[in-house]
Ligand binder design. Structure first.
Ligand code: AMP
Length: 192
C-alpha cells in the first residue's frame, strides 16, 4: 500500500463545460486516488433523501451555492476517510469560495495539496459546448448567469493559489486525450 509520503493531492478548478468532471475522474484513476466531487456527493445525498440532501436540494435547484460551513465539514469528513488519508484525492468542485479555500488550506496545512489545476477553457467555447448539449436548464441566460457566478466566486481563489505558488493553468481546449495528457503531466511534475 502506498504511504502518506507518496499520496497525490490535487484540487481542480474549471468553468462549467470545461470538462472538469471527466478529467478529474481520469486523473484520479490514473494516480489511483479517490475522485472527490462535491457536486456528486450532494446529488447522491439528494437522491437518497438524507439530512444533507434535504438541506442542499433547494440550493442546487436554484443554482446557488451550499453554505460554506456545511461544505467545509463535508469535505473535512471525506478527506479524513482512510482512502484519502493514505492515497490522497482529486478534489473536484471544492473549494469554490475564498472562505472554503482558507478553511481547506488550514485543514490540510500539515500536508497541503500538491497543486491547484485551473482547467482553462475560454468562456465563448464553454458557452457553445453547453448550448450544444441542449439540456432544459441550459438557456443562454442560465448559462451566462452560472458563468458570471463562477467568475465572481472562483477568480479570487485562482489568485489565492497563484500567490501561494501552487496554481497550474492547463489549456483545456483539445481532445479529451490531449487535455488528459496535459493534466497528467502537470500533476506528475508537481509531485516532486
Ligand atoms: P458541480 O457538480 O460541481 O457543478 O456542483 C453542483 C452544485 O452543487 C453546485 O451548483 C452547487 O449548488 C453545489 N456545490 C458543489 N460544490 C460546492 C461547493 N464547494 N460549495 C457550494 N456549493 C457547492
Amino acid at each position: 500500500m502506498s504511504g502518506v509520503s507518496d499520496s497525490v493531492r490535487v484540487i481542480v478548478f474549471g468553468r462549467q463545460g470545461a470538462g472538469k468532471g471527466t478529467q478529474c475522474a481520469r486523473v484520479a484513476a490514473h494516480f489511483g486516488v479517490p475522485h472527490v466531487s462535491t457536486g456528486e456527493i450532494l446529488r447522491d445525498a439528494i437522491a437518497r433523501d438524507t439530512l444533507l440532501g434535504r438541506a442542499a436540494r433547494s440550493v442546487l435547484d436554484g443554482g446557488g451555492l451550499v453554505e460554506d460551513s456545511l461544505m467545509i465539514s463535508l469535505v473535512q469528513g471525506r478527506l479524513g476517510e482512510q482512502d484519502a488519508r493514505t492515497r490522497g484525492y482529486v478534489l473536484d468542485g471544492f473549494p469554490r469560495t475564498l472562505v472554503q479555500a482558507v478553511a481547506f488550506d488550514e485543514m490540510t496545512a500539515a500536508r497541503p495539496a500538491h497543486c491547484a489545476v485551473d482547467l482553462e477553457v475560454p468562456r465563448d467555447v464553454v458557452v457553445a459546448r453547453l448550448l450544444a448539449r441542449r439540456r432544459e436548464d441550459d438557456t443562454p441566460e442560465a448559462i451566462n448567469h452560472r458563468l458570471d457566478l463562477y467568475e465572481a466566486q472562483t477568480s479570487p481563489l485562482i489568485e489565492h493559489y497563484r500567490r501561494l505558488g501552487r496554481l497550474r493553468v492547463v489549456d483545456g481546449v483539445g481532445t479529451q486525450d490531449e487535455v488528459f495528457e496535459r493534466v497528467r503531466a502537470t500533476v506528475a511534475a508537481s509531485l516532486g
